[in-house]
Design a protein. Sequence first.
Length: 244
Amino acid sequence: MKAVFFDMDDTLYDQVLPFSQACRQMFADQYQGLHEELFAASRRHSDEVFAQAQAGEITMEAMGVYRCRKAFEDFGISVSEKQALEFEQRYKENLKRIFLPDTIEKMLEFCREKEIKTGVISNGAWDHQWQKVRRLGLLRWIPKERIFISGEVGAAKPEPEIFRAVENRLGLGPEALCLAGDSYPNDIFGAKRAGWKAIWLNRRGHRKPEGMPEPDFQVKNEEELFEKVKEISGKGARAECMIS
C-alpha cells in the first residue's frame, strides 16, 4: 500500500464515550446498560437522513433530533423533541473533549517515522469535522491536503467521487490505497466499490451486513489496527526482518 486513510468518527477516537456522557448527563444511570446499543442505533438513523442534511434539505439540528428520537424509540423509550435537542447539544459539548487513544497516537507516529502516507476521509459538515481534526491534533501527523471532509469535497462515503478526489490529489490508483473505518455501509462498502483495500475496525462485534462485499481485513481494536497497518505497509517487524 502506498497510503492508508482513516475514517475519523469512531475509528480514530471512540465516539461512544461522548455519547455515553450525554446519556448520563440527561438520564443519570437509567439507561447505563444500553449506551452502546443506543449509540449504534443513533448512527444507523443518522445515516438514513445524512444525504438530506448534506444536500441542505434538512438542517443538521433536525438530523440530530431525528437520530436521537428514533434511536431511543427503537428501545421503547419516548424522547420529546425538546429532550432530543438538549441531548444533541450535550453530545456536541462532550465532543469538544475528544482525544486520541495512546495506541492511535503511536500508530500515527509510526507511520510518520516510516514515511507511510496517511490521511482522513470523514463524512460531515466542513466546520464541524475540522473542529474535531484540531481537537484530536491530527495535523501533527497528517498534512491538511490529505484530510478530506465530505462537506468540503461535495461527495460523501460511500460515493466513489470522494475516493476519486483522494486518488486525483495523491496521483495514485485505487490499488495503492486502503481505508480503515468502522462503518460497513460507508467505509467498507465505499472503499471496496472504489477498488480500494478496506480494513473493518469492528470493535463492537457487529455482523457483516448481508449482500455487502467482504472486507480485506477485519480487526477488533486499536492494537490490531496498528498491527494491520504495519503489515500492509510492509513496515512491520516481520517485514523488516525479511528485508534485512
